[in-house]
Ligand binder design. Structure first.
Ligand SMILES: C[S@@+](CC[C@H](N)C(=O)[O-])C[C@H]1O[C@@H](n2cnc3c(N)ncnc32)[C@H](O)[C@@H]1O
Length: 233
């Protein structure tokens, strides 16, 4: 295997949570804070998968989306940097009787796709682990792995609030999160804003378009999240 050049962003250094350590509790936490099934359905509706198609998920985490998608298509390649997350996801797929997901170690900048060109690529709440320049490189790499007309679904923490009002917006948002989901969740949001690489919506959309995708829908919610449904140009 070729080693990465010494100027390349080293993905395991990302400033996010220690995902290896949280695999066992991740799903339970997400069920409290997110409409996990609703998010999966929203993406599956857009992908409209056929039984002969194959897709890739990058930053699969505990594999919840990958396992659901595998029931609708031929194969899902599910990639993540965290060995702990992959081990947990693999066990879950086996327990649910799903055998057409291949769980693979790798990142946005290091996964090298050896299979056939893909019909779709999905990534949820993971691209913010990269600084913006490296997001652009990751999107260009994704485009190369897709068939012509292939689909990209990208959900992430993306800011669409007015930066002039960021102090009030963030104080209110984090306070509201604490009321709804407790102090630990509120702390994870503060840490996200302080340390991770979420970007503004107009930058995110520019990065996606400049990588060679058409954004068919940009669904923004709460000033804090966005889902981009895209097609390879
Ligand atoms: C917040 S979790 C999201 C998991 C899942 N996609 C979801 O929606 O719940 C972020 C995941 O991205 C992975 N990750 C972080 N940096 C990554 C990178 N550069 N390439 C691929 N995966 C990465 C982490 O290991 C973790 O499993």
């Amino acid at each position: 295997m070729m080693s990465a050049p010494n100027w390349q962003y080293h993905e395991p250094d990302h400033p996010g949570a220690d995902f290896d350590a949280m695999a066992e509790i991740y799903d339970r936490n997400m069920q409290k804070y997110r409409d996990v099934q609703g998010e999966i359905d929203e993406i599956l509706d857009y992908l409209a998968l056929r039984p002969d198609q194959s897709i890739l998920e990058i930053g699969t985490g505990t594999g919840e989306f990958a396992i659901a998608a595998a029931r609708r298509c031929r194969k899902v390649y599910a990639v993540d940097l965290s060995a702990g997350m992959l081990r947990y996801a693999e066990k879950k797929a086996a327990a649910r009787g799903v055998s057409n997901v291949q769980f693979l170690p790798g990142g946005f900048l290091t996964y090298s796709h050896a299979g056939e060109p893909l019909d779709g690529i999905v990534s949820q709440i993971a691209l913010h682990h990269l600084p913006d320049f490296w997001k652009q490189i990751a999107l260009l790499r994704m485009r190369k792995m897709l068939k012509d007309g292939g689909k990209l679904c990208l959900r992430d923490v993306v800011f669409s609030f007015d930066p002039e009002d960021h102090e009030k917006f963030l104080d209110d948002f984090i306070c509201n999160a604490e009321e709804k989901a407790g102090a630990n969740f509120a702390r994870s949001i503060s840490d996200h804003v302080k340390k991770e690489y979420s970007t503004m919506d107009w930058i995110m959309q520019g990065l996606i378009e400049r990588a060679g995708f058409r954004v068919l829908q940009a669904k923004k919610s709460h000033g804090f999240f966005a889902l981009y449904l895209c097609r390879k140009r």
